[in-house]
Ligand binder design. Sequence first.
Ligand SMILES: [Zn+2]
Length: 203
Amino acid sequence: MVVSWLKHRFSGGLLALDTTNTVVLRGDPANSFDRFEDAAEIARFAEAASGFRSTELGARGLFFQHSAAAARQVVALREAADGLFREAAADGEIQTGRLPEFLRASAACLDESAERLGAGGMPFGDLSRPMRFEVALAVSALSLLADDAWRKVRICRNCRWLFLDRSRNASRLWCDMSVCGNRHKAKRHYERRRQAAREAVHA
Ligand SMILES: [Zn+2]
C-alpha cells in the first residue's frame, strides 16, 4: 500500500523524530507496523520531509537514493534514535549505554558524506543541490544531543509517537491535538457516558 505522507505524519517536529514515527503503534505488537517496510517509501518520505521540515532543513531539499545498504542504515538509525530518545523522554535522562549504537548508526549514515553544515548560514548547508536523506537524518538526530534539546522530546499519550514540545510551558500531551487530542477526548467522553449508563442501571 502506498503511504500518503500527510502533514500529520510530520508531527514529530524534527526530521529525526518524524522518522522514528514511521513505525506506527510501537509497543503494540498486534497492531504495530513499519511504513518503511517497502523501502520505496523512504524516498517518498524524504521528498515530503523536504517540504514539511523545511524550517529545520533551512529549505534544503532531500533525496533518497535507494540501495539495500542505505535502507538498512536508515532503519538502524531510526531504531537507535527511537530507543535512545524514547527512554530519555520517559526517564528524563540519557543512558550512556545506548549511545554507542546510536552514534555508530549516525556515523554509518554520515560515512562518505562531504557536506558543509552552516555554509552560507544554512544549517544543512548548500541549497543548490539536494542532500542525501540518511545524512540529514543523522544531522537531525545528533542535534537532539546538543544543548539538552532531547529534554523537549515527549511521547504522545494517544499514539506513542515521539514529538518535540516547543510550547512555552512545556505542557503538550499530544503529537497532534487535532488527531490524537480529539481521539483521546472522544474516548474519555465515551467512557464517561458508559460509566453513567452503568450507574443508572445499578441505581
Ligand atoms: Zn499522537
